[in-house]
Ligand binder design. Structure first.
Ligand SMILES: C[S@@+](CC[C@H](N)C(=O)[O-])C[C@H]1O[C@@H](n2cnc3c(N)ncnc32)[C@H](O)[C@@H]1O
Length: 188
């Protein structure tokens, strides 16, 4: 999980990113691989309810503290492995949001299948990823940031692997300066 400071500089408008991928009022949202809750907090401000899932209980603790401090109460925090999504969350979700994590998933189609099973028929899955640019080029506050160059995925690679898990691309957006958002839906 990145240190605060440059992360905030990179994401000055997390609510704008959430709106761009389609998170809307009234939704039941899962923030998958939620980290310290930077996006979870903004999701909670928009959605009816959010479940933050992360494998690292310490980061979930940071997220819980962040939301508690702000008086946000419509969020549950669940430690667990993203592959086990359907065991962790029994109620189908309107939206699964996954930011800055897909590049590190060892079996990406497996994760996409788990998300598919966790979604309502009208549900959406958004993957927000670093563009496949050399790490030296993606500077924030003067320093190269983000995952190693060789881990980064082009939008086409992300789309191919998520579709291999059974979902279909609905929308591809730019999330400046260094990210894209691929939004998927369940097949008919
Ligand atoms: C770079 S952070 C991104 C956090 C957050 N999504 C954001 O964009 O601010 C990646 C997160 O993925 C979590 N993670 C890695 N593998 C995971 C897994 N198998 N299941 C759940 N979370 C995982 C890490 O603990 C970390 O919090």
């Amino acid at each position: 999980m990145p240190n605060a400071g440059w992360w905030e500089a990179l994401w000055p408008d997390p609510a704008g990113t959430l709106a761009a991928v389609g998170i809307a009022p009234g939704m039941e949202v899962i923030d998958l691989c939620s980290g310290d809750g930077w996006f979870t907090m903004q999701i909670a401000k928009v959605a009816r309810h959010v479940i933050a899932i992360d494998i690292d209980p310490n980061l979930l603790g940071v997220a819980r503290h962040r939301l508690n401090e702000s008086g946000v109460t419509n969020c549950d925090f669940m430690p667990g492995d993203a592959y086990d999504l359907t065991q962790l969350v029994r109620q189908p979700a309107d939206f699964v949001f996954l930011a800055n994590a897909f590049h590190g998933v060892p079996d990406q189609p497996r994760l996409a299948r788990a998300v598919l099973e966790a979604l309502k028929p009208t549900g959406r899955f958004a993957v927000v990823n670093w563009h496949q640019r050399r790490r030296e080029e993606t500077k924030v506050l003067g320093e190269p940031r983000g995952p190693k160059t060789e881990l980064r995925l082009a939008p086409e690679q992300t789309i191919k692997t998520v579709e291999a898990g059974g979902l279909k691309l609905a929308q591809l957006i730019e999330v400046p300066p260094y990210h894209y958002g691929a939004v998927f839906k369940r097949p008919p």
